[in-house]
Design a protein around this ligand. Structure first.
Ligand code: ACO
Ligand code: ZN
Length: 445
């Protein structure tokens, strides 16, 4: 926090906001304005025309605020890139001076809680805390990795691509991505939705899609087909350019370090919606060969989010490792949205498995791992916050009495995915077997 952070919110801001300082800033979400604490990360001077397009963009996103339009439209002015305290970096934004209400306030610096229910039971609160767990930052890292992490954070602070055009969508990226120059500072990047080649110039993009590009699907083998959904398996070693472009695009929506260029040991599973024009990319997950992780990174493009595609990809990642004969786990750390999606998947599988096992009181963790096909660490991470694990005679056990399970159900923790994986439609046999086929969730068809 900046040195002015101890001043009161009522103290009006004089002069220009400064980089590194903390202020009270109006944040607008779906037309609703509220004051939040934010730090200025960067500034830029924009022309009147750029300012107009900035305002249009805000209007489109519904994040414009009363007061934005009060400044003289003829003059160039400064925009401020701000990060809201205790909020994910995807909410960072460029704002005008009129958004700054005052200096930062110590009272408002406490973790954000305004969106949480005020009355919660103890277990609800634990789950809530767990689900809303904010990254503990870099404090837990050793000195060298902390330094590297800090350098990375510094370099990636400001989003470098303002928008991407991908097929019928125009999407605002959430984070910085290492597109090579001159694409790394594009106000708008045009991406071919089939081969993922990228262009800064609209004419080059139009020429590519009309005349040059022959792809209508991702380059790999189709391994899943149900309704209009298709899944393609793409080997990074065989499709290096496509895999690199996929990583660069995925990074626009992933905050942590991912691979970009060294894709040789990774396999990518690309989910598409198909129609007469071809297979339109919806999202993907990557998997590194010969690790204990059955998923490295998962990403669903924002226009397709919250429709069940994320949990469908998670089910597929488990099904693949179960056919290979091992119990996998996603690479950590999980992002906030990754955590919400995995927790929802794990709760669904665990509760249904525990109900099926019908144990009077407790079950050994290793049995639950075997029956649910979920790694012990992930079972622990899901059940421990609600006090459903304990150590018994030197071994971890899960408390699974009827009343405990009923209580979990009553909290709404067991939500089946809206898109269930149809195993019959997954035409995939492992090239490498690690053990006998493992159980995966019984409810899958
Ligand atoms: N706010 C609150 N809950 C959300 C949100 C959100 N913005 N988005 C998804 N959820 C919840 C859903 O309600 C659902 O829970 P429920 O079934 O219990 O109601 C659950 O998360 C999964 O929803 P899906 O529709 O299946 O998932 P989606 O298609 O939205 O994809 C994903 C989830 C892949 C995490 C997506 O949000 C994304 O791409 N985020 C950006 C990239 C990212 O953070 N990836 C994970 C990184 S960690 C890793 O890769 C190992
Ligand atoms: Zn193309």
């Amino acid at each position: 926090m900046g040195r002015r952070s101890a001043r009161s919110i009522s103290e009006r801001l004089e002069g220009e906001p400064e980089v590194g300082e903390t202020y009270t800033v109006t944040r607008v979400e779906r037309g609703q304005a509220q004051n939040s604490i934010a730090t200025v990360i960067a500034t830029k001077v924009v022309s009147a025309a750029e300012l107009r397009s900035h305002r249009l963009e805000k209007e489109k996103l519904g994040t414009n605020a009363a007061g934005d339009e009060q400044v003289n439209e003829e003059e160039s002015q400064t925009l401020y890139y701000i990060h809201f305290e205790n909020m994910d970096r995807r909410l960072d934004e460029w704002v005008e001076r009129s958004r700054f209400q005052g200096y930062g306030s110590v009272d408002l610096a406490a973790p954000v809680s305004e969106n949480r229910p005020s009355k919660m039971t103890r277990s609800q609160r634990r789950i809530d805390e767990e689900f809303n767990h904010l990254s503990s930052g870099i404090q837990h890292l050793g000195a060298t990795s902390a330094k590297l992490e800090k350098e990375f954070e510094e370099r990636t602070k400001v989003r470098n691509v303002e928008s991407i055009v991908l097929g019928k969508w125009e999407i605002n990226p959430w984070y910085w991505s290492p597109y090579p120059a001159p694409f790394d500072t594009a106000s708008r990047l045009f991406i071919c939705e089939f081969c993922l080649s990228y262009f800064k110039d609209l004419n080059d993009y139009a020429k590519h899609t009309k005349f040059a590009c022959t792809s209508k699907t991702p380059p790999g083998k189709e391994i899943y087909k149900k309704g209009n959904l298709r899944l393609y398996e793409v080997f990074g070693s065989a499709q290096k350019l496509y895999a690199q472009s996929l990583c660069l695009m995925s990074k626009l929506f992933l905050d942590h370090k991912t691979l970009y260029y060294d894709v040789g040991t990774f396999i990518f599973y690309v989910l598409c919606e198909a129609d007469a024009d071809g297979s339109h990319i919806v999202g993907n997950f990557s998997k590194e060969t010969n690790t204990g992780n059955n998923l490295a990174c998962i990403m669903v493009l924002p226009p397709y989010q919250r429709k069940g595609y994320g949990k469908l990809l998670i089910q597929i990642s488990y099904e693949l490792s179960s056919r290979e004969g091992w119990i996998g786990t996603p690479e950590k750390p999980l992002s906030d949205l990754g955590k919400v999606s995995y927790r929802s998947y794990w709760w669904w599988v665990l509760l249904e498995t525990l109900e099926r096992l019908d144990s009077p009181q407790t079950i050994r963790m290793s049995i639950v791992e075997d029956e649910a096909g979920i790694h012990t660490d992930d079972i622990f991470a899901t059940l421990h916050p609600v006090n459903m694990t304990k150590s018994w005679k030197g071994e971890q056990v899960v408390k699974a009495g009827v009343r405990v399970l009923e209580h979990c159900r009553s909290l709404g923790l067991c939500r089946p995915p809206s898109l269930l994986l149809d195993r019959k439609c997954l035409h995939w046999t492992p090239s490498q077997i690690r053990g006998p086929p493992r159980k995966s969730h019984k409810r899958l068809v």
